[in-house]
Design a protein around this ligand. Structure first.
Ligand code: FES
Length: 173
């Protein structure tokens, strides 16, 4: 496929729901947070985009406040916004057990299939943050499996992502 064809394709608007478009324009809980309890920076190997979540966690392991910064696409900004609204006030355990990218996609009014990974990135980054929180406390509960979940694997840490992308692009070390 030549560049002209590619350009033509990229101008075809993606079938985003109205909710995704609205949240892309006016995301909730966007921005950096001062003194968060935990942060996680994660990127998706499918597109190379990154997201950061900042969480303030109360003693009872409940999310008191959560914000995000996205360096991703409209779907990622919208799903990150949805995730923050869904999990604010929830316990870390319930988030871990109940939050799935499919639920987030449903809440978004559906995502174009080529954009599923953008929602997966948002959920994976949250799960990475929860895992990191307990690792920092040196007491990982039994409901967090030792192996990374599918969503966490799709939301790689900055270094992992850079390594993976470098391999993809064949950049010499
Ligand atoms: S295309 Fe990268 S997050 Fe959506």
């Amino acid at each position: 496929m030549d560049l002209q064809e590619l350009n033509k394709m990229s101008r075809i608007p993606l079938p985003y729901s109205q909710k995704v478009i609205d949240l892309f324009r006016n995301p909730k809980n966007q921005g950096k947070m001062e003194n968060p309890t935990v942060t996680s920076v994660a990127g998706n190997p499918a597109c190379g985009d990154m997201i950061t979540f900042y969480m303030k966690i109360k003693d009872q392991k409940i999310i008191e406040k959560i914000t995000f910064e996205s360096y991703g696409c409209a779907a990622n900004i919208a799903t990150a916004s949805i995730v923050t609204e869904m999990i604010k006030g929830m316990s870390l355990e319930n988030i871990w057990k109940e939050l799935t990218w499919k639920k987030v996609a449903e809440e978004a009014g559906g995502l174009p299939s080529v954009k599923s990974h953008c929602g997966i990135l948002a959920v994976g980054a949250v799960k990475r943050a929860i895992r990191k929180f307990y690792q920092n406390e040196s007491s990982v509960p039994s409901w967090i499996p030792q192996d990374l979940t599918y969503e966490e694997k799709q939301a790689m840490e900055e270094e992992e992502l850079a390594e993976k992308l470098a391999k993809k692009l064949n950049v010499p070390e």
